[in-house]
Structure formats: C-alpha cells, structure tokens
Design a protein around this ligand. Structure first.
Ligand SMILES: Nc1ncnc2c1ncn2[C@@H]1O[C@H](COP(=O)(O)OP(=O)(O)O)[C@@H](O)[C@H]1O
Ligand SMILES: [Mg+2]
Length: 407
C-alpha cells in the first residue's frame, strides 16, 4: 500500500488528574465538591502499540481518552504525543483520529463526505481529498458505499465509516472508545478481526482502545492497562495479567478466577484447614492473602494440592463441565473436560491444582463487584454521557473544536 503514514508516535500520561464539576458520579469526591475521574494516571503507550484501557463502567476510561484528545483539561499532570507536550494544545492540533461507540456520523452527509470531513477541516488540498477518502474507504472495506447516506448502512457498516473517517487524516494516534459495543456479538467478533488486520496494515499507528470487555482487550491488545475507581490498578501483557495478576481486582476482572481467602505460613498457605503448596510466597507469613486459581487449572480427583468438598452445582458447557464445589463453605469452580456421567448434586469429590498454577495476592486489593460478561452492553457508561461522547467523536477532527464542550 502506498499509504504514507504519520510519523510513529507514542502516548504518555504523566501523573494526569482530571476533575469534573458537581454532577453525580462514582469518582473520589474532592474537598470543593468536584470529584476526581482520573487520579494521578501514569501510562506509556509505545509507538505502534495497541494498549487496551480496561475497566468497569465509570472507572475513568473515557476521561483518559478525552485527556489525550484534548476535550478535557487535566487539573495536573502532562499528556505527551511522541515527545511533544500536547497538554495545552487544542484537539485539532494533536494529530489524532477518534472513534466512539455511537459512530457519530453526520446523517445529512454521504459516506464520502463524512470521511472527507476531517481532511477539509485540516485544509488538505482539494485535489488530494478524493484519493485520501478512497484510500480510507478501501482499507475499511467500504469503497462500494461511498455515495450512500448513513441511514442506508447497517450498524457495522456505519462503524467502518467512522473508522475510515478517523484514518483518513492519517493520524499517528488512534483513540477508540468502546467502538464495538453497539454491535451484536457476531458482528463484534468480525470487527475485532478487522481491527487486528487494520493494525497490521498500519503498524506505526499507536492505538488506545477503551473497553469494558475483557475478551476484546485480551484479543486485540499488546498490553492492557486496568483501571478502577479513577486509578491505574495494573498494566501488562494479556498473558501476564491473566497468569500473574498482581491485584485481586485484576484477577477478578480479567478472566474467571477462584479467589480463596488463605492465611500465609512459611512454606505455603492454609485454606479452610488444609495446607496448600504455592510456588512463590511473597506475602508476609501470618498475613491474610487471596489465592487465585483459574477454574480450567483445577482438576477432578486428588493431586499436588487437594481440596475436598461436595458438588453444589453442575453446568454443562458443551466441551466442558463447570463444577461448583462447596469446600468448607467456599464455592470453588472447576472447568473439566466434558464428563461422561454428570456428578450428582451433594456427591463428595476431590479437586486438585498444581502449586505453580496458583498465584498469591495481597488481601484487600479490591475485587470487581460483578465480573464483566463478554457481550454485555456498557449501559451505565452509555447512559451517563451519551451525547457528549458522540459529539466529541463527531468533531474531534474539526478545526476550532477546542473549548469546553463537557461543561
Ligand atoms: N462531563 C462530566 N461531568 C461530570 N462527571 C462526569 C463527566 N464525564 C464523566 N463523569 C464522571 O466521571 C467518572 C468517570 O467517567 P468516564 O471516564 O466516562 O468512565 P468510563 O468511560 O470508564 O465509563 C464517572 O463517575 C462519570 O459519571
Ligand atoms: Mg466510557
């Protein structure tokens, strides 16, 4: 592809804090009635990296994105794109493409006009615009739809146009705010693959991808930053966060986990009266801790670490059975290969797991209130600021769009 791409540039948050006015919300309440939606946020997105910002509704993800786009002004800290401090720059001078949940296409403009919008705003020479529009539509598979109006397109097609519009300006940085959450499950999985392909075609573009859906984050991201209550909780590669979460919150939010309350001894831990071996004990002996074991790493029968209990519930899931086993009043989940005979409720069973599959976490590092369900809509987030988010997306590329539209 002859596409000349923008110089590769990363994104850096340096202790960025954002506070909003007195409206309701979940952030930490400050002294003067404002509350903090983003609290001393530090994060570096490397050039060409896909960073997912993962967290529950209201955790501050969109706020972080707006701080990069320039639609909110941090009360403290700096935002850098490449090695440029953009904290004081208006949105149209930041070289950013942005896509939001509700597409935010202009209904009275044809697809090609929508895609050309940011180019005109950037005063790209007339003769160049048609080629750039064609290129962006080509990349998103929408070349055949250039003359249509948004209302003549499906949701998935509209989202492709929104992505084409963001790409047309050849941004060094692409901001995606829950771009797939308005699509149904099947379309979403197709679009995930599309986004992965687009990134392979544009390896220099740094992408900050906001989602509350762990599957999207695990699938697409080079690294995941986990956000909760306005703060960065954890950051690492998907495998890292899944296999070696550092906090109880990450363990419960990224993937399914058994989180067993244990007390720490010198060589191992004690759970419900049973001594268990763990690979690393980096929590103070005598302290309370949480043992994280993934359900698919728990087997039926005795082994290195054995737990005894009774079957409380069995779910058949096609290729696997999920067993819920009561162990001294705690519910332990085990995903085992489909069993020929479904165990009877109340039957006594032994479960086992290997020491190296268990991760010891400090207690009191938070737990996700409800585990995220793949495919769930971010209803609360959508309800809190829908029009603002949509407008931000629509005018993010427009010249002169600075100013406080959050007010
Ligand atoms: N314009 C605004 N004015 C006041 N409060 C806001 C505004 N935008 C977001 N908030 C609040 O800030 C917090 C973080 O919001 P947001 O960044 O949108 O979270 P997320 O994208 O993770 O769902 C929430 O409590 C939300 O209600
Ligand atoms: Mg949001």
């Amino acid at each position: 592809m002859s596409r000349q791409s923008a110089p590769s540039s990363g994104i850096r948050f340096e202790r960025v804090s954002v506070a909003y006015g007195k409206r309701g919300g979940l952030g930490a309440r400050g002294a003067n009635g404002t509350y903090t939606a983003l609290d001393s946020f530090d994060l570096t997105v490397e050039p060409g990296e896909v960073m997912a910002l993962l967290g529950p509704s209201g955790s501050g993800k969109t706020t972080a994105l707006r701080a990069v786009a320039g639609f909110v002004q941090p009360v403290s800290g700096r935002v850098l794109i490449g090695d440029r401090d953009v904290t004081a720059l208006p949105p149209h001078r930041r070289g950013i493409g942005m896509v939001v949940q509700q597409y935010a296409l202009f209904p009275h403009m044809r697809v090609e006009q929508n895609v050309a919008f940011g180019l005109k705003a950037q005063r790209v020479p007339r003769g160049e615009i048609a080629g750039r529009v064609a290129e962006a539509l080509e990349m998103t598979g929408m070349a055949a739809y250039a003359r249509r109006y948004p209302r003549e397109l499906s949701g998935g097609q509209q989202q492709r146009v929104a992505i084409a519009r963001a790409l047309a300006i050849r941004p060094g940085v692409l901001l995606l705010d829950e771009p797939l959450s308005a699509l149904d499950a099947q379309l979403r999985s197709g679009m995930l693959a599309e986004l992965a392909r687009l990134h392979r075609e544009l390896p220099d573009v740094s992408i900050l991808y906001v989602t509350h859906d762990q599957v999207e984050a695990l699938t697409l991201a080079d690294r995941i930053a986990v956000l909760d209550k306005a703060r960065l909780q954890d950051c690492g590669t998907p495998q890292d966060l899944y296999r070696r979460p550092r906090t109880e919150f990450t363990a419960s939010f990224v993937g399914n986990a058994n989180l067993l309350p244990v007390s720490v001894g010198t060589g191992g831990v004690r759970f419900a009266g049973t001594e268990l071996a763990v690979a690393t004990v980096d929590v103070m002996p005598g302290a309370d801790a949480i043992l994280c074991v993934r359900p698919h790493l728990v087997g039926l029968g005795e082994g290195e670490n054995t737990l005894r209990g009774t079957i409380a519930e069995v779910q058949w899931r096609g290729s696997t059975h999920r067993l819920f086993v009561d162990v001294a009043g705690h519910r332990v989940k085990a995903d085992v290969r489909e069993l020929r005979e479904t165990p009877a409720l109340g039957a006594a069973v032994a479960l086992h797991f290997a020491a190296h599959d268990a991760v010891l976490l400090p207690a009191g590092t938070g737990q996700a209130a409800t585990g995220p369900v793949a495919g769930e809509t971010d209803a609360e987030a959508a309800a809190s600021t829908p029009s603002v988010t949509a407008v931000v997306g629509a005018i993010s590329v427009a010249k002169g769009a600075g100013g406080d539209i959050d007010g």
